[in-house]
Design a binder for this molecule. Structure first.
Ligand code: GLV
Ligand code: MN
Ligand code: MN
Length: 414
């Protein structure tokens, strides 16, 4: 059996182990600063040490494993992904990239090979932003773009991010120390499941990412007037939910009629939320993405205006708040070409694709060059417990990552 296949079996087992570490008993949910994350760090830290890495944890809660290069203090290549998840998640979105990176380093360690650069594996603390309605807290800390006002964000129980960091063993006042200080960085690379159907449709195990789409997310409230469901006449009602429902349909219609635009209302809370009360206030989320930031901004403006128009027609007040925004990020043409060469060497036809999903590369792009490799996932399904990859495809990704490291060694950074 090839080494990549053996490592792939190990990677699959490790995803199973991490997939069982959850903050919620009935499904997989792993959040920044939680107990499941603490247990995940114990596991991942042990695997990093086994692969010859020196392990540390920074204040925000990223776990870092460093495999020194031939000359200590030389340049570093950062490779990783995230350990947090969405609610009721699959087990590969994030963890696969961490365990595949560790496997690639294990391959170097087993053969006592030192590259002309260090490989630092990063397991990011928070990419999904589930707990604090944030995004990329871990990679923003590492890239040096952490926004300190985020420390005041609260989770569903009122715990602030600052408190959560403290409870996890970090110092919230020193998150700026997490910014990369390790000298010259050659790039940040990530292996991730595709989370879409392109590779499966083309019958390919892996693909090279050319860019990551930009994204923004909003909190929008519709405030009407609560009233008695049996006595308030239908005419003249100020029902916040029907206004919000009209907005949800407008979002769907707009995204469907603009090529490449995806827009989603994934959260909806109805107040007071009783069967016999006309809804007085409704809050919805809006997640909107496009690879062209100008298109995204133009459609966002249009949708927010539509919300106002729907509100004024129904005498419902509408307010919105921008919770997070990231411009689209291009992957480095040089790192993408090295990944393409590595894929070709592995005997796989090369395909380049744009990521509709967000990744830590979006923020790491402000620190260094970014390269990404996608792995085919079953049915293109992700953010869903049905997420699945095959051991054969994971073996290809480990093989390609190993070849990529060798190509970077021989051809160098740009
Ligand atoms: C992260 O997975 C995102 O794209 O929402
Ligand atoms: Mn995700
Ligand atoms: Mn992810």
């Amino acid at each position: 059996m090839s080494r990549s296949r053996t490592f792939a079996e190990m990677a699959m087992e490790r995803c199973d182990i991490l997939g069982a570490l959850s903050d919620e008993p009935e499904h997989l949910t792993r959040q920044i600063g939680g107990d499941a994350m603490r247990r995940a760090h114990e596991q991942v830290g042990a695997w990093m040490r086994e692969a010859g890495m020196v392990v540390s944890r920074d204040n925000i809660g990223n776990l870092r494993g460093r495999y020194e290069g031939a000359t200590p203090g030389g340049p570093s290549l950062l490779v990783g992904s995230h350990l947090d998840s969405v609610r009721d998640a699959g087990k590969y979105d994030g963890p696969l990239g961490v365990v595949v990176a560790i496997a690639a380093v294990q391959g170097l360690h087993d053969t006592k090979r030192r590259l002309p650069f260090a490989v630092e594996v990063i397991a990011f603390a928070d990419e999904e932003g589930l707990r604090f309605s944030s995004t990329y807290l871990g990679s923003r800390a590492l890239a040096g773009t952490f926004d300190f006002s985020d420390l005041e964000r609260t989770d569903a129980s009122g715990v602030t991010l600052a408190e959560a960091i403290g409870q996890f063993g970090g110092d919230p006042a020193r998150v700026s120390d997490d910014a990369w200080r390790g000298g010259n960085v050659l790039g940040y690379c990530e292996v991730h499941i595709e989370q879409g159907p392109v590779l499966e449709t083309r019958g390919l195990p892996v693909g090279v990412v050319s860019a990551i789409a930009g994204r923004a997310h909003y909190h929008i409230t519709f405030t009407g007037e609560a009233g008695h469901a049996g006595t308030v006449p239908m005419r003249g009602r100020r029902d916040a939910l029907v206004a919000a429902a009209e907005f949800v349909l407008a979002v769907e219609a707009d995204a469907a009629s603009h090529e490449g635009l995806v827009a989603t209302v994934g959260q909806l809370t109805v107040h007071p939320g009783a069967v016999n009360v006309v809804p007085g206030e409704v809050a919805v989320s809006l997640d909107i993405r496009h690879s062209d930031d100008n298109v995204r901004l133009e459609r966002t403006r249009h949708l927010l205006e539509s919300a106002q128009e729907i509100g004024s027609r129904r005498s419902v007040r509408v307010a919105h708040q921008l919770l997070g925004e990231n411009a689209s990020a291009s992957c480095s043409p040089h790192l993408a070409s090295l990944f393409a060469m590595a894929v070709d060497e592995a005997g796989v036809p090369v395909v380049h694709l744009v990521s509709g999903a967000g990744h830590d590369g979006v923020t790491m792009a402000s620190l260094t060059e970014v390269g990404m490799l996608f792995v085919r996932c079953k049915g293109g399904i992700s953010h869903n417990p049905a997420e699945a990859v095959t051991v054969d495809d994971v073996a290809v990704s480990i093989d390609v990552l190993g070849r990529f490291l060798e190509l970077l060694t021989t051809l160098g950074p740009e």
